[in-house]
Design a binder for this molecule. Structure first.
Ligand SMILES: *Cc1c(COP(=O)(O)O)cnc(C)c1O
Length: 457
């Protein structure tokens, strides 16, 4: 294979940017299972889903067969404000590790929201606006999704209502203020503004909230307001579709220089960045054109792929959302208070769950002290201060590069660097003070989550 001198950063020209999203479901022999109505357990129809989500997004959600979906002009223009994101050759990290491996990463933190979430936020806000809606509601955990959606809504002149997990609302006041600066209404969840919130508060007074709980509130808030719909930042098929822009840009940049990754690594919370990153590579694998080793990395404290069950489950605590078939720890599972808020979801994208079940990708868990060790090492040599979530991928990329050092293999390792960690300095502080702890749930704790799974014939 020919290789030009490879620059530190590979950018695409505007004319080389993707013009359509890639829908990996079109190439999957076994499709992800359909969403089910939580009461009747029958697959959700377009008509049912459109009461919750925007029409065009429902079409995308249900479309298992169209491989390419054109990116509307308005979304392309918005993408051009902060994309293409750079594909970086980690020469400095390679040097530091003294590894023969070649390491690349795609950096998605180059926008104010600080993560890849803006790629789907602008798409979802655009379709809501186009449908003539007044606004959207959503939940946010660590705050990245809420921030991204606030930015997209401000740009399009849409009302944005964010239910923010109470513990984050209190611990991350700066995130909250960024959202408010972009015009969003931010409510700590659980709140007394919804029925489901009041019910949860009654049952668990003083609770610091959870993502599953905030989702239930946001869905109820959308349903009870004329001209509003609910939007979600991960897990759903439509989100994987929008995020394919990450993988498509990476693939185009790599093809320009004749680079072929042997190993592709991404952190996995609900699965959106990983699904997007691997999309076009997985497509080649599914069509039998190429092979890649693909690794999902999850926290040991919230191990949905590695220790979860592949089953239909609720997406939220209040059980108002459709049921999804996914690797799950059970909607009642409350992960320990890890510092990677974006990876604390109990379930995993149905697309990735199916691909994993079919043996097309692997999964690994890492503990948070090892993650922060990798984050610190990366920051010191590559400059960028990574998000704790992203650092899960860094950990495994470094581990794989060190393996190459032992064996002398010159593998090409590629990982997704999903965002920056500027709002996570409390967590970095804990690590720097030597006070960070690891937590691995016991089998008995996981069983309690599995006991709450719905019984679907
Ligand atoms: C939300 C988030 C994640 C995890 O979400 P996925 O849907 O699994 O991608 C990872 N990294 C960052 C920086 C995030 O904001």
């Amino acid at each position: 294979m020919w290789q030009k001198e490879i620059p530190y950063k590979i950018y695409l020209e505007e004319s080389e940017m993707p013009k359509a999203w890639y829908n990996v479901r079109a190439d999957m022999k076994r499709k992800p299972a359909p969403l089910l109505n939580p009461q009747t357990h029958v697959p959700m129809t377009f008509e049912e889903l459109r009461t919750v989500f925007c029409d065009e997004l429902v079409r995308q959600e249900l479309d298992d067969s169209t491989p390419w979906i054109p990116i509307p002009e308005e979304i392309s223009s918005f993408y051009k404000m902060y994309r293409p994101s750079p594909l970086v050759r980690a020469y400095c990290l390679e040097e530091k590790l003294q590894t023969p491996a070649k390491i690349y990463y795609k950096f998605e933190g180059n926008n104010t929201s600080g993560s890849h979430k803006l790629n789907s936020a602008i798409a979802q806000a655009y379709y809501a606006k186009k449908q003539g809606l007044k606004g959207v509601t959503t939940e946010t955990g660590a705050g990245q999704w809420g921030t991204a959606l606030s930015m997209a809504c401000a740009y399009l002149g849409l009302d944005c209502r964010v239910y923010m997990v109470k513990v984050s609302y209190e611990q991350k006041p700066f995130r909250r203020e960024v959202m408010r600066t972009y015009g969003a209404f931010v409510t700590p969840s659980p709140s007394d503004t919804t029925q489901v919130g009041r019910k949860i508060l009654e049952r668990h007074p003083g609770t610091s909230g959870s993502l599953g709980c905030a989702i239930s509130e946001a869905v109820e808030a959308a349903g009870s307001r004329e001209g509003y719909r609910y939007v979600l930042g991960s897990v759903l098929n439509q989100v994987m579709l929008h995020q394919s822009v990450i993988g498509l840009e990476s693939k185009a940049a790599m093809d320009k220089y004749g680079i072929k990754p042997d190993i592709i690594i991404g952190c996995a919370g609900g699965g959106s960045n990983l699904g997007g990153l691997i999309g076009p590579f997985m497509g080649e694998k599914l069509r039998g054109e190429q092979d890649y080793q693909i690794i999902a990395v999850e926290p040991a404290s919230c191990p949905s792929l590695t220790r979860g069950k592949f089953a239909y489950d609720y997406c939220d605590t209040g059980m108002v959302c459709p049921l999804a078939k996914m690797y799950t720890l059970g909607s009642g599972f409350i992960p320990s208070a890890s510092h990677s808020g974006g990876l604390r979801y109990h379930g995993m994208s149905p697309i990735l769950s199916q691909l994993y079940d079919d043996g097309l990708m692997e999964a690994r868990t890492v503990e948070q002290t090892a993650v922060f060790e990798a984050a610190q090492q990366f920051a010191r040599v590559e400059g960028t201060l990574p998000a704790p979530e992203s650092s899960h991928a860094i950990r495994v990329a470094i581990d794989e590069a060190l393996k190459c050092k032992e064996t002398g293999e010159e593998k090409t390792i590629f990982f997704g660097l999903t965002g920056t960690g500027y709002f996570d300095m409390m967590a970095y502080g804990k690590y720097n003070d030597g006070k960070m702890e690891d937590y691995i749930p016991t089998d008995a704790e996981l069983q309690a989550g599995f006991d709450g799974l719905p019984h679907i014939e």
